[in-house]
Design a protein around this ligand. Sequence first.
Ligand code: FPP
Length: 247
Amino acid sequence: MKPAAATDLAPAAATVALPRHVAIIMDGNGRWAKKRHLPRLAGHKMGVEAVRKVTRAGRAMGIEAMTLYAFSSENWRRPEEEVGDLMGLLRHFIRSDLDELVRENVRLRVIGDYRRFSPDLVAMIDDATGRTSANTGPLLAIALNYGSQAELAGVAQELARRVRDGAMAIEDIDTQAIENLLDTHDLPPLDLLIRTSGEQRLSNFLLWQAAYAELLFVDTLWPDFDAETLSQAIAAFGRRQRRFGGL
Ligand code: FPP
């Protein structure tokens, strides 16, 4: 059943508080394709088009950081052909869009265990992030083979190692010590987390980082998400009252 309370997006207001860091669970590519009797790959291709539109719009609006959930650690469970298609689209995206990202002063980051991908793709990703490493502008983080629980388990392992090696006392393990070891350690705090397609779940995405983020679930399918939908989402964020546990 379709969830009842996904947020209706009202027209964007002229000026609203801008989130520093927006993360998006890009959901609904398959349904977009199905509605048109097209193969799922067509939905993913339009999904990449939406990535282009939305990241350009985010930069134009002055959003400091965007994190996009492109491949979750659970996505390996999809048919091999679809996993291959998604990898192919990622390769194509890097080939076709990296020059623009370098030129636009974007700092490209990858979060997640992308080293499990095939060696040539790992090399492409490393080369791509390397080519933007001298940039100073907006951050674009792509989550690849990312899972929040595995990320936190990795942090726990690293902290245990440090304590075992005498580099750290148990009492020094505080929230900051954990934050410093997250894949997102050099991104601003997460302000807004959007999920498209009407589903209302976090699906193992940025669970720690979302502690005080505003959550926005919209009915729009990801391939239909564009600059206008993004500004409506930013406007919805601007109408929220953030209290961070205070009154
Ligand atoms: C969810 O839609 C989408 C994904 C699992 C993949 C998201 C990937 C892209 C938008 C393309 C790759 C991105 C880059 C940066 C090159 P779904 O397939 O779960 O849709 P459904 O729930 O309607 O079936």
